[in-house]
Ligand binder design. Structure first.
Ligand SMILES: [Fe+2]
Ligand SMILES: [Fe+2]
Length: 340
């Protein structure tokens, strides 16, 4: 029985409640909180507001592969700084919406115990801490984006499209036939993105051409995300034995789509940036298509998702008796039915 004593007496779901059938102790004994020092270490509690530095180019070319295409170098070298700064703006917008629209939607439901799985009490408290962290990440990304717009003199004359990860996850989720399956799908996307974002931030802040204020902002974010990564990996391990085989099958057979939703380049946004900066449409399309060739995109996906696929292969093997090779094959796009 869930909820405060007395609130759900007579609940008609009590007899079939999955939470009541699960041994809480077996779930709770394995959680190790990475948030013990959160009150003194979290960025929201300890870091000052970051200010833009003096760099003319705020984001390095190394993080903007389209600027390294030969056609860009030949015809548009004078636009390199503009494109790099627009990419920073898009990165900040991506972060704001990822945290506010997606991560905190699922994190709030975990924190409030709205999923039909049992969670360690300390983990539920940590979900509240993550909710606070993510709200702060959204705030400082949005505020920094406003400052970048002022610096670039953009005001409201350049509107970014909805980020691709939102369009892609909406497409994945909207085809599902039950509310619970849709909520799990959104949670799976959050688990994946939370396990990927730390390396994204660490990679980005390591380049020398990152503006000093942006680097500090990324460092604040990265140190919080290190704890989130540990939390969400453990959450996956805790909930896996508690979810039904159809939901597991959906997740494994769509894993590549979930990871691609987060990782793959956003053509609509990148082409719009290039057109705004002054490239001709044919050149912008050619530069995008020849920079992000399918083999390069796919091998990047595989390199980034190795940990997630290994964790899932171990879980499916240990919990469901599936072979690791089968799960790794499914999760890399060689889909088979795992119910059999
Ligand atoms: Fe975050
Ligand atoms: Fe996070």
């Amino acid at each position: 029985m869930c909820g405060l004593a007395g609130f759900f007496v007579g609940c008609e779901l009590a007899e079939s409640c999955k939470k009541s059938a699960i041994s809480c102790e077996s779930i709770k004994r394995n959680y190790a909180s990475p948030f013990r020092n959160w009150d003194s270490r979290a960025s929201v509690r300890s870091a000052p507001q970051r200010q833009l530095g003096d760099s003319e180019t705020l984001f390095p070319s190394e993080l903007v592969p389209i600027t390294n295409h030969p056609l860009f170098g030949r015809k548009y070298e004078h636009l390199r700084s503009v494109i790099c700064n627009l990419e920073l703006l898009r990165f900040l917008d991506f972060t704001t919406k990822l945290e506010m629209v997606v991560v905190n939607d699922a994190t709030a439901k975990v924190a409030l115990g709205l999923f039909p799985f049992v969670l360690d009490d300390e983990a539920q408290l940590d979900a509240h801490r993550i909710y606070v962290d993510e709200a702060y990440h959204s705030l400082f990304s949005f505020q920094m984006a406003q400052n970048v717009r002022i610096r670039l003199g953009l005001n409201n004359c350049f509107e970014l499209p909805q980020p691709a990860f939102l369009r892609r996850t909406n497409a994945l989720v909207s085809g599902l036939d039950s509310q619970l399956r849709r909520e799990y799908a959104k949670l799976f996307f959050v688990i994946i993105s939370e396990m990927l974002i730390t390396s994204t931030l660490n990679e980005a802040r390591s380049y020398s051409g990152v503006d000093e204020g942006i680097r500090k902002l990324m460092s604040d974010h990265s140190s919080d995300e290190y704890r989130h990564h540990i939390f969400y990996r453990q959450l996956l391990e805790q909930i896996w034995p508690q979810i039904d085989i159809d939901t597991k099958e959906f997740f494994l057979s769509n894993l590549e789509s979930f990871t691609a939703a987060y990782l793959r380049p956003d053509k609509k946004s990148l082409v719009k940036e290039m057109l705004f900066a002054g490239l001709q449409r044919d050149d912008a399309e050619q530069i995008f298509d020849e920079t992000y060739v399918p083999d390069v995109v796919r091998s990047y996906d595989l390199a980034c998702t190795q940990e997630i696929r290994t964790v899932l292969a171990d879980l499916a093997h240990n919990t469901d008796g599936l072979s690791r090779e089968l799960v790794l094959g499914i999760s890399t796009g060689h889909t088979e039915n795992i119910s059999n």
